[in-house]
Write a protein that binds this ligand. Structure first.
Ligand SMILES: NC(=O)c1ccc[n+]([C@@H]2O[C@H](COP(=O)([O-])OP(=O)(O)OC[C@H]3O[C@@H](n4cnc5c(N)ncnc54)[C@H](O)[C@@H]3O)[C@@H](O)[C@H]2O)c1
Length: 264
């Protein structure tokens, strides 16, 4: 393999990529990475009046992915504008930073975890991913090619270690349950799409530093082999690998980028 062949494998020139939760912390990172690699990027997010950063050329579509009609309409818009869909990243989830106002009820003891939040976790993290996947796969089948990346977390492959949170706080049972479900969501879709060139993989991530308390960062970091939390750009090369032909022989699989959290 020569330089050009390697560059071509990683190139996303003229590929059309949808990122759900694209206006979030990591969605923005993926958007910039895919854009710089040549892709036409479309962000699906529920945020009102979202303004794209100056250094990113992308299309923002306000869509609640837990609403099937809204998803189908948004996919139609993408097809009208770009004629095809090559990449879907199922990234949206309820994942507020510990200690933030939005995280208030997400860290309750499991016996008291509110029913509305539990249903919302399922709706956004799992049902939303199912709706987006259901909606794009028929077009990927027509194109005979596509790649779907489902975002999971260390809490999809291990139980939360609640000792690292403040006393009386517990990592959302709804979050951990749906992230675990994401892992088999991947295998099931990949298996269903056997003998096609539509590949489905999971990218499993460790926790990202986002100004959490010093005590939390120290406790979290000590659980990783590399001794630190992730930086928000630590996953960009992994997303490029999974989105591009560089991962052409990979499907139904799970790429774990967690600083070694799950290895010891
Ligand atoms: N940040 C971390 O430490 C971390 C660690 C492991 C895994 N992850 C995973 O990475 C992904 C992104 O996390 P993040 O930290 O960027 O979170 P984030 O909260 O910054 O981004 C999530 C985005 O999803 C959007 N969203 C929520 N509900 C939606 C809906 N119904 N329809 C459309 N969009 C909706 C939000 O508006 C938000 O912009 C999540 O799947 C999360 O589980 C994050």
């Amino acid at each position: 393999m020569n330089n050009t062949a390697i560059r071509n494998l990683f190139s996303l020139k003229n590929r059309v990529a949808i990122i759900t939760g694209g206006a979030g912390i990591l969605g923005m990172e993926y958007a910039k990475t895919l854009f710089l690699s040549g892709a036409k990027v479309i962000l699906f997010d529920i945020k009102e009046n979202f303004t794209l950063p100056r250094n990113l050329k992308a299309k923002y579509i306000k869509v609640d992915i837990s609403n099937k009609n809204e998803v189908d309409e948004a996919i139609k818009t993408v097809l009208r504008l770009y004629k095809k869909i090559d990449i879907l990243i199922n990234n949206a989830a309820l994942n507020p930073v510990p200690g933030s106002e939005q995280s208030k009820n997400l860290f309750l003891p499991y016996e008291q975890y509110p029913e509305d939040l539990w249903r919302k976790d399922l709706d956004v993290n799992i049902t939303g991913s199912q709706f987006c996947t259901q909606s794009v796969v028929p077009f990927m089948k027509k194109q005979k090619k596509g790649t779907i990346i489902n975002i999971s977390s260390i809490y999809g492959i291990t139980g939360p270690d609640n000792r690292i949170y403040d006393a009386g706080k517990f990592k959302s049972i709804g979050y951990a349950t749906t992230k675990g479900a994401m892992e088999n969501f991947t295998r099931s879709w990949a298996s269903y799409l056997e003998s096609t060139d539509i590949r489905v993989n999971t990218l499993t991530l460790g926790g990202v530093f986002a100004n959490q308390s010093e005590q939390f960062v120290k406790a979290y970091s000590s659980k990783t082999i590399l001794g630190r939390m992730a930086k928000k750009d630590d996953f960009n090369c992994a997303i490029l690998f999974l989105a591009s032909d560089a991962s052409r022989y990979m499907t139904g699989s799970n790429l774990i980028i967690d600083g070694g959290w799950s290895a010891w």
